[in-house]
Design a protein around this ligand. Structure first.
Ligand SMILES: NC(=O)c1ccc[n+]([C@@H]2O[C@H](COP(=O)([O-])OP(=O)(O)OC[C@H]3O[C@@H](n4cnc5c(N)ncnc54)[C@H](O)[C@@H]3O)[C@@H](O)[C@H]2O)c1
Length: 331
């Protein structure tokens, strides 16, 4: 299928794009490269453009003959969303409305959307099912939930088919070590620990030590980008105009920050400098996905079920290209 991927030069979008190329589809990225990387996308598969530029986006869908859109483009930093919420509403909500309007103008009626675990209430029981209550605690979460509502409203009014994939913690890198996470300002756990191992930062900071968890650190659910990409392929191939589904995409198993840190030390083969600092306000203690729906309905089978295996792929990428795509370019 011909697919346009907004944000397709970003971390998750580019992993999905490369996966779709290998699995019989014809994807093209549409990305303003604010966070994404040109080199993450195979030659000839990138259109540079902003989702806030409705004319250009409409033209890109027309030119590529896209039959479906995967909408990854977003601003995705929780602390930044608290600092400048208006930018998050513009890109994540207005930007999503543009994507839907550009699709309508071209008669495209299938959309997959990058949802997030950050839309769920912190109070719900673990693991979190898709039916759990969605009460986001940050502007990042509220704008991503607003986008979900927009998609459902357009589906009801105009017969669009949709798949909302609510990711937990996307992680890991291309198993060949050639593509991986590389953003302007890194905030994710595994790359930060590996940056401390490489001396790119002084120390990794473990936030909080008295969370109500077995070792006192937060627990999260890590899912490899190849497994995320497989989920996108399955949802793409199942989505039908006029109806839609939401799916959690996680491993279904929690790992604590300390467990992830220790897995990184094991993979790297040496101790990594770290510090204990205060907990960040607004962080939930535990976030773990119930992934039964995706497994049972679509036959999703994640390949990576241990954090150590995920870290191994990330380390291969960061160790080979310590400055990300910049080192790859120089290398
Ligand atoms: N990484 C995670 O763990 C995670 C978890 C849950 C949800 N998500 C969601 O998944 C999606 C992808 O996340 P990611 O980690 O790959 O982030 P990312 O920042 O690497 O990718 C986002 C991409 O969107 C592009 N972009 C941003 N604003 C744009 C605009 N106005 N026009 C065109 N392109 C624009 C960026 O250049 C970037 O390439 C996001 O929607 C995010 O909210 C990510």
């Amino acid at each position: 299928m011909k697919v346009l991927l907004t944000g397709g030069a970003g971390y998750v979008g580019s992993a999905c794009l490369r996966w779709l190329c290998k699995h019989g589809h014809d994807p093209v990225a549409y990305d303003n490269l604010a966070e994404g990387n040109r080199q993450a996308v195979p030659e000839g598969r990138l259109i540079e453009g902003d989702i806030l530029d409705l004319d250009r986006l409409t033209q890109a869908i027309k030119d590529t003959g896209a039959e479906a859109v995967m909408h990854f483009a977003a601003l995705a930093s929780v602390p930044d969303s608290i600092r400048v919420p208006e930018e998050y509403w513009r890109t994540n909500a207005v930007g999503t409305k543009n994507v839907l309007d550009a699709m309508r103008a071209n008669g495209v009626n299938k959309i997959l959307f990058s949802g997030t675990a950050a839309t769920y209430s912190f109070e719900v029981e673990m693991p979190i099912a898709e039916t759990s209550s969605q009460v986001p605690q940050t502007p990042y979460g509220t704008t991503k939930l607003a986008a979900e509502h927009l998609i459902k409203d357009y589906s009801r009014a105009y017969g669009m088919g949709y798949g909302i994939l609510r990711y937990f913690n996307a992680s890991g890198a291309d198993p060949d070590g050639e593509f991986g996470e590389d953003r302007r300002k890194e905030t994710h756990l595994i790359p930060l620990v590996l940056f401390a191992a490489l001396g790119r930062i002084d120390k990794f900071k473990i936030c909080g030590s008295d969370w109500p968890t077995p070792d006192g650190s937060c627990v999260r659910d890590f899912v490899h980008t190849d497994d995320l990409a497989q989920a996108h392929q399955l949802v793409l191939e199942s989505v039908q105009p006029g109806s839609g589904q939401a799916y959690n995409v996680g491993s279904g198993t929690g790992a604590s920050v300390i467990e992830v840190f220790e897995a990184c030390e094991k993979v790297v083969g040496r101790s990594i400098p770290c510090d204990r600092v205060e907990a960040r306000p607004g962080d939930p203690a535990v976030l773990v996905a119930d992934t039964q729906k995706l497994r049972e309905k679509l036959g999703w089978k994640p390949k990576y079920d241990s954090v150590e295996d995920i870290v191994q792929t990330a380390w291969q990428w960061h160790n080979r290209y310590p400055q990300g795509y910049k080192s790859k370019h120089q290398g």
